[in-house]
Design a protein around this ligand. Structure first.
Ligand SMILES: Nc1ncnc2c1ncn2[C@@H]1O[C@H](COP(=O)(O)OP(=O)(O)OP(=O)(O)O)[C@@H](O)[C@H]1O
Length: 246
């Protein structure tokens, strides 16, 4: 299966200082992959670098099987959409205007196609994005990414500021989008168990490195390892290997 995203030995950070080191990660078509870890583990930095919004300090990134250029607008043309933390909406514009702005001329996906995933938004087309609830804004951010007809979508902390019940409704929508459109999804999420319920696989980061990876069910079973990485304690890599997670 061709990976839609593949990083090899990727190092990235700010200035010359790497905060993420030796990241090997893949996302295939139709796969939902989550990137887990404590605050400051390097998840957002990894996402922004894959999207071309931060320069690489070492290693490679391939998008759609080809080397990814280190410029966000060019990576976007390769079929990668980033939904950043904070949603990246035009808050003074209406829902309809936000969607029209995101849809480029070559996109084969219509706004109506995308609204099929978010029926709630279809009734709010004339409302300013700034007046939507947090959950509706997140749906609009996702819908805005989808109208660009990406092959792969990067979602950074979509649950930020949302009630757990809203997160539990949004994540299955992400799963169904991946299933129905064969799209790859790389998901950074603080609601670990909710994310592992919809994901196929996951990577756990601590201190800028991947300390464990596995299928969602393997990671769900290893609550201790997950807890350790969220407390900032580096779990033993030997223990992770023994568990078959690495
Ligand atoms: N603009 C920046 N300049 C310098 N260092 C930064 C910058 N942004 C983040 N960092 C540092 O890089 C490290 C990784 O941060 P990053 O935001 O990638 O972590 P994260 O895993 O996404 O955390 P969170 O869950 O809190 O968003 C942290 O130590 C952070 O302080």
């Amino acid at each position: 299966m061709t990976a839609l995203i593949e990083t090899h030995d990727l190092s990235c950070g700010y200035g010359k200082l790497p905060v993420v080191r030796h990241l090997d990660l893949t996302v295939a078509a139709g796969e939902v992959v989550c990137l887990l870890g404590a605050n400051g583990a390097g998840k957002t930095t990894s996402l922004l670098t894959i999207a071309g919004a931060l320069p690489r300090l070492g290693g490679t990134v391939h998008v759609g099987g080809r080397p990814a250029p280190a410029a966000a607008h060019v990576v976007a043309r390769r079929g990668l959409a980033l939904v950043p933390e904070g949603r990246g909406l035009f808050y003074r514009l209406t829902v309809a205007e936000n969607l029209r702005l995101r849809r480029h001329r070559r996109s084969s996906v219509s706004i109506d196609d995308v609204l099929g995933h978010f029926p709630v938004l279809a009734n709010l087309m004339g409302r300013r994005a700034g007046l939507l609830s947090g959950g509706e804004q997140q749906m609009l951010a996702l819908a805005g990414a989808l109208v660009a007809d990406p092959q792969v979508i990067l979602l950074d902390e979509m649950s930020l500021g949302l009630a757990p019940i809203i997160v539990e409704r949004l994540l299955p929508i992400v799963r169904s989008i991946a299933d129905e459109r064969g799209m790859g999804v790389l998901l950074v999420e603080q609601h670990i168990l909710a994310a592992l319920t919809v994901a196929d696989r996951g990577y756990v980061m601590a201190h800028g490195s991947v300390v464990a990876e596995g299928t969602a069910s393997e990671l769900r079973r290893d609550a201790e390892l997950l807890e350790a990485s969220y407390l900032g304690e580096k779990p033993s890599i030997d223990a992770a290997i023994a568990e078959g997670l690495v």
